[in-house]
Ligand binder design. Structure first.
Ligand code: ATP
Length: 460
């Protein structure tokens, strides 16, 4: 669309998402529970489509990538080996006036200086102290904070532990999905025909005790990741890394994102094992923020698991006779962040037939419902019957909805707001010439389509 675009406000998205059944606050009847949200009927469809589009781009279209669905829980040692037990922490400050907890690095950034979660505690305390006068509490506005301390983000559990004080020996809900991929590197190698370079892709829940899960579904405590780990020869790592950076940006452009709403951001502070780390940022309603990370992780992950498990995780190349521990190129994106980016990117307000409307211009493959089928009038059995018959046929292959509620204008508005690309109306002419009206979401244009043609016309 070449029309001017303005990023909608977060309140606009939140209100639409609630009103139309995309996102609800979790446990709402109990007053909600911070950092948790539920996807409603249309949200569940959109999230599923987001997973499917990603899975297709990775597992279906890439010949050397296979899928995985590993358990959420793992042996607790996994998180020691990965470095999460020792170092997966964010810098936390607490307001002494209202007890609101915030991420110190985010407050420092908002004050115009640089900080990130990888800085040492002394370093971040020094920067924070220098800026104290410029940093108000996001809740009460006072400037009376505790010193910065680190807070580990892993969520603990008592799975399989029946002792009184299980916190001494906890199991962890996974903080990222990729550890399951490293744990199965050897299984996949031994049981499939993959050869380096090859990737393993996984979609699944991750859990983090986020200190300040504000900004809606952008930062949740229970969220979902779509991660792909590509195992590569060390000398190919940076070439393949650059190749995947290009592919991942192209992925968003192919989905219909505007180039000006996407950015590359290079990490200023690399963790010691990383070779390169860039994020794809999206212009969310609160500014450019990380949508996806693309990282060259060296051989850190497999080497650590090799060390802690005692199992050889090297790769033997039968053509060259070389044995080595592969390097990893990782792409990692959240379902929830993609969801918010998609809601933001395709939100649109315009005038149609002299009336203002909200229309979600989702690409066809992401739209929760592809086709809505209406009888022109609810009280004409011959129209309802015909519409039902068409709907029953179409729904076998296309995600459809039947709607006979309210006048046609109202039905169009409801479908526009959930982003349905096509509305099909069965009217009095249908009996005569076996055609229906197909109305196009973005333009409001209508055309007569013969019923036998519908399947084809409505499939993309
Ligand atoms: P941030 O700096 O925003 O906390 P991160 O660098 O910790 O993110 P990664 O650990 O690289 O994030 O996770 C990869 C992806 O998972 C992120 O790009 C994001 O899309 C998603 N993600 C991470 N944390 C959350 C969260 N709390 N809620 C929703 N999505 C998340």
């Amino acid at each position: 669309m070449s029309e001017p675009y303005t990023t909608p406000t977060l309140d606009t998205i939140v209100a639409l998402a609630k009103r139309r059944g995309f996102v609800y606050p979790s446990s709402e009847i109990y007053g909600g529970f911070v950092g948790l949200y539920d996807f409603g009927p249309y949200g569940a469809e959109l999230a599923q489509n987001i997973r499917n589009v990603w899975w297709r781009s990775m597992v279906q279209l890439e010949d050397n990538i296979v899928g995985l669905d590993s358990a959420i829980f793992t042996h607790p040692k996994v998180w020691v080996a990965s470095g999460h037990v020792g170092g997966f922490s964010d810098p936390l400050v607490e307001c002494r006036e209202c007890n609101t907890r915030s991420r110190a690095d985010h407050l420092i950034e908002a004050a115009g200086a640089f900080a990130d979660e990888k800085m040492g505690l002394d370093e971040i305390n020094t920067v924070f102290d220098e800026l104290r006068e410029k940093i108000p509490c996001p809740n009460c506005g006072k400037k009376n904070f505790t010193p910065v301390r680190t807070f580990n983000l892993l969520v603990q559990s008592n799975l399989g532990n029946f002792s009184e004080d299980w916190t001494q020996d906890p199991t962890y809900l996974r903080g990222e999905t990729c550890q399951g991929i490293y744990l199965n590197f050897k299984n996949v190698l031994d049981t499939t025909r993959v050869k380096v370079p090859f990737g393993i892709a996984q979609v699944g829940k991750a859990f983090r005790n986020e200190i300040a899960p504000r900004q809606y579904i952008f930062r949740k405590r229970e969220f979902e990741q779509m991660e792909m780990q590509l195992f590569v020869h060390p000398t190919d790592a940076m070439t393949l890394y650059e190749e995947w950076r290009t592919k991942r940006m192209q992925y968003y452009l192919d989905l219909g994102f505007r180039p000006e709403n996407l950015n590359w951001h290079e990490h200023e502070n690399l963790v010691f094992y990383a070779k390169a780390a860039w994020d794809i940022e999206y212009r969310f309603p609160f500014g450019f923020k990380e949508l996806e990370g693309v990282h060259a992780r060296g051989d850190y992950d497999l080497t650590q698991h090799q060390k802690y498990s005692g199992v050889d995780l090297s790769y033997f190349d039968q053509t060259t006779g070389e044995r080595y521990v592969p390097h990893v190129v990782e792409t990692s994106v959240g379902v929830d962040r993609t969801f918010l980016a998609v809601m933001t990117e395709f939100y649109h307000e315009d005038m149609l037939g002299g009336e203002s409307r909200i229309v979600m211009r989702f690409p066809y493959n992401l739209a929760p419902i592809k086709v809505a089928v209406f009888p022109l009038l609810k009280n004409k059995p011959e129209l309802v019957e015909k519409a039902r018959a068409i709907y029953n046929t179409l729904k076998q292959t296309i995600r459809c909805e039947f709607d006979d509620n309210g006048n046609i204008g109202k039905r169009y508005r409801r479908q526009d707001e959930i982003g349905t690309p096509y509305c099909v109306t069965i009217d009095f002419d249908t009996e005569k010439d076996d055609t229906v009206t197909v109305r196009h979401r973005d333009t409001g244009e209508q055309s007569r389509v013969p019923i036998p043609e519908l399947q084809r016309v409505l499939s993309s």
